[in-house]
Design a protein around this ligand. Structure first.
Ligand code: HAM
Length: 531
């Protein structure tokens, strides 16, 4: 009581006179609350610091070691410019993305292939002035062969198909996720090495092939949470553009190098494209103007109206059919016609397309098209129709980051096996081996911890679901104790663990799931009876 009274007095519990120069009751209350809050915060901060120090001590006691590195190491520790190291946390994300590529390709009936990253330079010797051929990591090997790290996969695919020409039943539907190397200026979404998901169909003349490929691209986007509001795919036809340019007097031979220049429209703008068409391709200013005007067309009909009879009707029909079939397939909303998309690679001959972010912040997400003449260039006696796309792993990650869609994939393992002490280590290893034989993932604690808390710390750090304790008492009874670290089916500690017979370790997961189901069901019944 006395305390209460003095506290009241101290805190201004009695009414103030309220005269000039005196503090009101509410001022005092506010001050007191603020002091209280500050005290509480200081107390919590001290508690947190103490807990951190304790955790650090326990880590030290648990033998957690970190690497110390000199501030002036004798070698450069960063990866080469434009290339990436894949630390486990980044690698987990990479695997997630590639699995999505893979699942999409497999769900559409494509088969996976691969090839060496080293190729002969001759595969890429094309005269159109493409950037890619100037960006190669090319060198002469010790046999005197001109080789290069592959800048793209399409020539390799063509080489492989022709390498077994006689036994290839067409159409082929193949996919791959190769690493490609281009000596580019590094920027957001563009590196000097990237992994490029490729899907190609060899041996199908009809536009149904492109429709199938575009289905896969859209299905992939959807599978990672990207919608048609985020991304679109611009579609055009080189066949149509060739006919238009032919009507402007540009011959077949000139067409590919002119496309390489037209492809720069997004990057360098209309005036620079006109200038380059005049300077490097020797086109009259009037023709260069006409070309740039026609690149601005935003519908097939507009292009047809602008270019009149000069337009290749079969190319227009293909484009129209592609848009119709995309509607039937249910992804029409992803596609738009864009006459400025001609792609920078010389070998495209028909429909071409490019994925872009609708916010307009990023470089092309993916790109592809039809390349009916490439295999003839490498020795096919008759024309082999082909089309496909390449989809890099850089821009898409930037887009996922921007949209907050990158998943958090923590480190995880099913079991940690921990020996009670060094003399039980052999038994613990036997335990690990028996559980692994049943197909489960097991991380063996390499040095037994003196304190059980350190074993828990370790298990949490590696993301384990279960700890298997191998201790003399249970072992004498042909058992090991398994603790579930993420048991959400019970609050009772004793129900979170179970002794499992050594002879049952090969089916440990099955035993644990049965335990979880029975405890979970019993607890559910219990809570229903109580309510
Ligand atoms: P591409 O347009 O040169 O086509 O590349 C395709 C995709 O690869 C680009 O849209 C982009 O996602 C990615 N990519 C290209 N260069 C880089 C880079 N330096 N850094 C990061 N990502 C990059 C081709 O390569 C064709 N071979 C695709 C193809 C397959 N056409 C038919 N089949």
């Amino acid at each position: 009581m006395a305390d209460d009274a003095s506290a009241r007095a101290r805190d201004g519990g009695e009414e103030d006179g309220g005269g000039a120069g005196t503090t009101t009751k509410s001022d005092k209350l506010v001050k007191r609350e603020a002091e209280k809050a500050a005290k509480k915060a200081a107390k919590e901060a001290a508690k947190e610091a103490k807990a951190k120090a304790a955790a650090q001590r326990s880590r030290n006691a648990g033998g957690v070691v970190t690497v110390q590195c000199s501030t002036t190491p004798p070698v450069e520790l960063d990866a080469c410019s434009g290339t990436r190291d894949w630390y486990p946390e980044e690698f987990r994300l990479q695997r997630w993305l590639y699995e999505k590529f893979r699942e999409t390709a497999k769900s559409t009936g494509f088969e996976e292939y691969d090839a060496p990253v080293l190729e002969r330079q001759e595969l890429y010797k094309r005269k159109a002035g493409e950037e890619i051929t100037q960006q190669m990591y090319a060198f002469v090997d010790q046999d005197g062969v001109d080789v290069t790290l592959r800048p793209e996969m399409t020539p390799t695919l063509a080489r492989m198909v022709l390498g077994r020409a006689a036994s290839m039943m067409l159409p082929l539907k193949w996919f791959s996720i190769p690493q490609c190397w281009r000596f580019e200026t590094t920027q957001r979404g563009r590196k000097r090495e990237h992994y490029q998901w490729n899907m190609d169909i060899i041996g199908c003349k009809s536009v149904n092939a492109e429709v199938e490929l575009l289905f896969a691209v859209c299905a992939f986007f959807k599978s990672i949470g990207i919608t048609s509001a985020d991304v679109g795919i611009k579609v055009n036809s080189r066949k149509v553009m060739a006919s238009v340019l032919d009507s402007y007097g540009i011959t077949d031979e000139k067409f590919a190098p002119v496309c390489v220049v037209m492809d720069k429209l997004d990057k360098i703008g209309a005036d620079a494209v006109k200038e380059e068409l005049e300077l490097t391709q020797g086109l009259p200013a009037e023709t260069a103007n006409k070309i740039v005007d026609c690149l601005a067309c935003k519908s097939v009909d507009e292009l047809q109206a602008l270019c009149g009879d000069g337009v290749d009707q079969s190319g227009i029909d293909e484009l129209k059919r592609l848009f119709e079939l995309a509607e039937d397939y249910g992804y029409g909303d992803w596609l738009i016609f864009d006459a400025s998309v001609v792609r920078g690679l010389a070998y495209y001959t028909g429909i071409v397309f490019e994925g872009f972010d609708r916010a307009g912040e990023l470089r092309a997400i993916c790109g592809g098209g039809r390349y009916d003449k490439l295999l003839s260039l490498y020795g096919a006696v008759t024309e082999v129709p082909a089309c496909g796309f390449g989809f890099g792993d850089c821009v898409i990650v930037e887009l996922l980051k921007d949209k907050g869609l990158l998943p958090n994939i923590p480190k995880s393992v099913e079991f940690v096996v921990a020996a009670f002490n060094e003399s039980m280590q052999g038994k613990a290893m036997k335990t690990a081996s028996l559980i692994r034989a049943g197909g489960a993932e097991v991380d063996m604690l390499l040095e037994p911890k003196k304190k059980v808390a350190n074993t828990f710390d370790y298990a949490n750090r590696v993301g384990a679901r279960y700890i298997v304790f191998v201790a003399p008492q249970e072992w004498e009874n042909d058992m090991v104790r398994i603790k579930d670290l993420r048991a959400d089916y019970t609050d009772k500690d004793e129900e979170k663990q179970i002794d499992v017979k050594i002879s049952d370790l090969g089916r440990a997961l099955e035993v644990l799931r049965a335990h979880e189901a029975s405890v979970g069901a019993a607890n559910k019944m219990g809570s229903m009876t109580v309510s």
